[in-house]
Each structure stands twice: as structure tokens, then as C-alpha cells.
Design a protein around this ligand. Structure first.
Ligand code: SF4
Ligand code: SF4
Length: 469
């Protein structure tokens, strides 16, 4: 007897099926047709046994009720795991920045803008760390965001010192998200003995990078290259990682990323489309279709496979890796976008330079472009998500299993929701999935990766290395 499951065609002859417990299979179309038209009695014994193991068919000896109970129990286990409150604490010491990137996602303030308008008041730092100590548990994850946080390196140091005193010297780690343009020996010396890693942006080779990441009067690519090399040399290769925002300029040149990673000694790529948030939306750099993006991704994966086949070092791609981990590793829920309920507030507490607190980085971006909304959950001295009705609505509606569209989608157990993107695009957190950029992107990524994994042994071997690296 069949138990409930959803299905998604990968091709004319193969379907991806999944159920609420998070099991999946790729099955032939004729198997599904036989099942629907004649029942499981006519299935090959091996296929039948495999589908029963994945809770797609009720075990004939235990009966349908036991199968449904097992599905419910699997779903409850997943839900409990994704409901945990384990936030990364993001702190924005300043909105000021020396770059003027074309797709700037957070907006920025000019380097020379008034400190009092765009910088965190240093006197607030004890309150910031106190809030983190009250809300989190060790090991605490702190992420310093901007603007360009190294514009106020003094505040970064003060945050670290306060965290060390209040949270415990070995009970936290800090990621500094930076363009590395201001990295110097003082900062490197400071970081050497501390639990600090750097996350930066590399958008391709020098020409592509500099066309989008603009450092007035200077060469942004050369700066980031020098910074990455210095960190690798002086602190170690695992102390710096890079993300890539795929702009129109990069779409036709995925090989530029392989070249850049070789030149910079990076072994992990993290590519993602231009964000639909904030000022990126208005800059015109994000106007390409998901067909174009997936064609880019397909070529990139083929280049990665060819690079490895030619004896090059394995390059992993983090976006692909997290989609695959969601499907193949039942315990993986480490990426805020691919979770249900969403990672909003559960995975992120962002403390802004002005003392306001937000449930995600996207919420503060949305706030910047929609000043008439209140998307904050209080301030650093008065954190109170319950006081803002928007938080009630977002949290209540962040389970994708009951979203129209998602409830019938085979990727629902592995996918998530992005309520702020829903508000940004459609004015409310759930939205019509057929018009959702979040849905289009993730559905295509899941379909592409799963299809390639099951039909292309070379791609599968590379993807397995990503997941186990
Ligand atoms: S994307 Fe980052 S580095 Fe570029 S202008 Fe915006 S804040 Fe500055
Ligand atoms: S957002 Fe789209 S891909 Fe994700 S579960 Fe919903 S319908 Fe499926």
C-alpha cells in the first residue's frame, strides 16, 4: 500500500520522490505508473522492498497505520532539529565602506560620513556581548559584518576583547566579513593568536571583479589578492574563504572563477546569484534569468570535474554542497535558507550599528530600503521579538510543509523559506511560489544536482567529495 509522497520529474523517464520523513528515491516513470494503476503487488520484489524501506510503501506485515506513524515520527524528528535556536550573532560595527560595489546588498555609507550616524557606539559593546551571552550557548558564533568592518578595526578589537572576557576565551569564534582592502600587518598580528577567520568576496578574474567591486582610486582585485595571500601565508590556508556573487559579467565566463581560485590558492568556491535584496535590486546588475544562471552553473561544474580529471586539486562548490547535504545527510541543517521553519531569528540575531536588532541580515537590508516598515526585534538593551507583530507573522508562517506550492513539492523536506525575500518580492512572507525567486533558484539547484548525481558517475564522485571534505 502506498504512503503519501511527492514527486518531481527529472526527465521524461525518471522521477525524484520524497516524503515528509525526509527519505528520497529516484525511480523510473514506469514504476510510478505501475504503482498508480495496479498497486504495489505488481512491482519487482527488490524495488518494492526498497520503497518500503524509504516509507513510500507500507510494510505489508505492519500495515498502513504503522507506516503513517513512522512517517510522522520521521517528520517530528526533522522538525525538532530545525526548530532549535542556535543563532549566529552578526554584529555591524559600521555601515561605512571604502568600496562602491555595483550590486551592494546592504547599502553602504561613504567612508567620510559622520561616525555618529553610521558607527556602533563603543559604549554599547558590553551590552552587545551581554545580549549574546543571554541568548546563545557555547560555542558562540560571531560574524562581524559591514559596510567594511575593518574601517573600525578598533571596534572589532573591542568586540573580541569583550567576548573573550564575557563568553570565555575558547568558547567563541569570529568571522570577519571584509573586502580585505584595509588588511595590514597590525590586523594580521592581532588575528594570529585569536579565533578569527576572514570571509571575503572574489567575483572572478581581475577584469570581472573590478567591474563590479569598485574601490575608488585603487584596484579592488589586487587588494583582495594581496589580502588572501597574506592571510594564507601568515595565518594559514584555512583562515580565509571567499564567496562569489555571480554578476552578468561573470555569467559567460565560469572559467574565470577556476582561474581566480588557482591564482589565489582557494580550494572552495561559494557561488550564488545576485541578491534580490536592497540596493542590489536597483542597480541593474541582477537582471539575468535563472536559465542563464543554471547554464553558468552547469559549465562551472563541468570545469571543476575536468580540472580534477586533469590532476588538479579538488575544488568544491559550497552552494551545491549544502543542497546535496540537505538531501543526503539527514542531520544537516546548517544553512539558514534551507530550513523549515526558516532560519529567521532561529539561526541569526543581527545587531546593527545603530543598536537595533534584526532576525536576519536580509531583514536589516529590507529595513534600509523600506524605512516605513519596522523589521527589528528590539534594540540591544531591549530585545523583544514578541513585541513586533511582524515577527509573529513571519515565525508562524515559516513552515514550508504548509505553504501552498511547497506542500506538494518533492524538495520540500530539504528546502526552506526566506520570509524576507517573500516580503521584498510580494509584500508578504509566504508568497506565490510560482513567482518566487527563492523557489526558482532552489528548485533548479535541487533538480540539477540530483539529476546529475544520479546519471553522471564522474559528477557524483566529485559531489561526494564535496560532501565528505
Ligand atoms: S558590497 Fe560590501 S564592500 Fe561592496 S560597497 Fe557594499 S558594503 Fe562595501
Ligand atoms: S520553495 Fe519551491 S522548491 Fe522549495 S519547497 Fe517550496 S515549492 Fe519546493
Amino acid at each position: 500500500m502506498m504512503l503519501p509522497f511527492n514527486l518531481e520529474p527529472l526527465s521524461d523517464s525518471r522521477y525524484f520522490i520524497s516524503n515528509l520523513a525526509g527519505f528520497h528515491r529516484v525511480v523510473a516513470r514506469e514504476t510510478l505508473e505501475l504503482l498508480a494503476e495496479q498497486g504495489d503487488g505488481v512491482l519487482d520484489a527488490g524495488i518494492k522492498q526498497d520503497l518500503a524501506r524509504g516509507l513510500f510503501l507500507a510494510d505489508s506485515s505492519a500495515g498502513e497505520e504503522a507506516g503513517v506513524a513512522a512517517l510522522a515520527s520521521g517528520y517530528a524528528r526533522r522538525l525538532t532539529r530545525d526548530l532549535a535556536f542556535r543563532p549566529t550573532f552578526m554584529i555591524v560595527p559600521t555601515l561605512r565602506c571604502d568600496h562602491t560595489c555595483r550590486y551592494c546588498q546592504v547599502s553602504r555609507a561613504a567612508l567620510g560620513a559622520a561616525h555618529s550616524d553610521y558607527d556602533l557606539d563603543a559604549r554599547r559593546i558590553p551590552q552587545v556581548i551581554d545580549l549574546i551571552a543571554r541568548l546563545g550557548t557555547a560555542p558562540y558564533k560571531l560574524e562581524i559584518q559591514g559596510g567594511e568592518p575593518l574601517v573600525r578595526f578598533d571596534l572589532v578589537q573591542a568586540i573580541y576583547d569583550e567576548a573573550e572576557a564575557r563568553l570565555g576565551a575558547t568558547d567563541f569564534e569570529v568571522v570577519i566579513t571584509t573586502s580585505l582592502s584595509l588588511l595590514d600587518d597590525t590586523i594580521l598580528d592581532w588575528a594570529r593568536g585569536r579565533r578569527v577567520v576572514f570571509s571575503t568576496s572574489v567575483d572572478g578574474t581581475e577584469v570581472v571583479h573590478n567591474r563590479n567591486r569598485i574601490l575608488p582610486g585603487d584596484n579592488a582585485y589586487q587588494r583582495v589578492k594581496r589580502g588572501i595571500r597574506a592571510i594564507q601565508r601568515q595565518l594559514g590556508p584555512d583562515r580565509v574563504a571567499a564567496v562569489t556573487t555571480v554578476t552578468k559579467d561573470l555569467l559567460a565566463h565560469p572559467e574565470a572563477l577556476i582561474e581566480a581560485s588557482q591564482e589565489l590558492g582557494l580550494t572552495e568556491l561559494f557561488v550564488r546569484p545576485v541578491s534580490p535584496y536592497g540596493f542590489a535590486q536597483k542597480s541593474g546588475t541582477g537582471t539575468y534569468s535563472f536559465d542563464d544562471y543554471m547554464a553558468f552553473y552547469d559549465r562551472l561544474l563541468s570545469l571543476i570535474i575536468a580540472h580534477e580529471a586533469a590532476g588538479g586539486q579538488l575544488l568544491s562548490e559550497y552552494s551545491g554542497k549544502i543542497h546535496l547535504q540537505r538531501v543526503f545527510q539527514p542531520d544537516f541543517n546548517g544553512y539558514a535558507d534551507l530550513k523549515s521553519p526558516s532560519g529567521f531569528l532561529l539561526d541569526c540575531v543581527l545587531i546593527n550599528y545603530d543598536g537595533k536588532v534584526f532576525g536576519s541580515d536580509e531583514a536589516r537590508m529590507l529595513q534600509r530600503v523600506n524605512p516605513e516598515l519596522d523589521l527589528s526585534c528590539g534594540t540591544v538593551d531591549h530585545f523583544d521579538p514578541a513585541a513586533n507583530p511582524v515577527y509573529h507573522k513571519i515565525l508562524k508562517e515559516s513552515l514550508n510543509a504548509v505553504h501552498p506550492g511547497c506542500e506538494q513539492c518533492a524538495y520540500q523536506p530539504f528546502c526552506g523559506t526566506d520570509p524576507c525575500q517573500g516580503i521584498s518580492e510580494q509584500g508578504e512572507p509566504v508568497g506565490d511560489k510560482s513567482r518566487s525567486a527563492f523557489c526558482q533558484y532552489h528548485k533548479r539547484m535541487f533538480s540539477y544536482l540530483i539529476d546529475r548525481y544520479y546519471r553522471d558517475p564522474e559528477a557524483r564522485s566529485v559531489m561526494e567529495s564535496w560532501c565528505h571534505a
